[in-house]
Design a protein. Structure first.
Length: 140
């Protein structure tokens, strides 16, 4: 009986540690925060500009990881043959935009510095496939 209780206790402890350990992976991390994602490649510095354009070729974002100033106009331009969308990982960050082939649509970068992840719901998800991140940096 004591052995059964010990095994049950160890199993509960392992479940508790598993639930509390590590948090979310970098790929699934929340949008906002001061950290620059390390799972999307090199960051492209577009800060200091009032307007920037991100290309959306088939199944990718170009640049995938970019830095902008607060309230920058960010235009996503579909340069491939497929339809795409730009959906923020966190609902309410901006309204998702849908792009037909050859179409361009814009959002305004958030005023609050932080990291804002996004993805295409057609060709990816929050943790894999067609996804990217916009890092809003404070002026100065």
């Amino acid at each position: 009986m004591a052995l059964l209780l010990l095994v049950a206790g160890l199993g509960f402890g392992a479940m508790t540690l598993g639930a509390c350990g590590g948090g979310t992976s970098g790929a699934a991390a929340a949008n906002t925060g001061s950290g620059v994602p390390d799972d999307l490649g090199d960051i492209v510095d577009l800060s200091g500009k009032t307007e920037v354009t991100i290309e959306v070729p088939d199944n990718a974002f170009k640049a995938k990881l970019f830095k902008v100033s607060p309230s920058t106009k960010v235009t996503f331009t579909s340069t491939g043959a497929n339809a795409h969308n730009v959906t923020p990982n966190d609902d309410g960050t901006w309204d998702p935009i849908a792009l037909k082939a050859g179409e361009s649509k814009s959002i305004t970068a958030p005023a609050k510095p932080g990291t804002y992840r996004f993805y295409c719901t057609i060709h990816g998800g929050k943790t894999s496939g067609q996804r990217g991140a916009m890092v809003v940096v404070a002026p100065g």
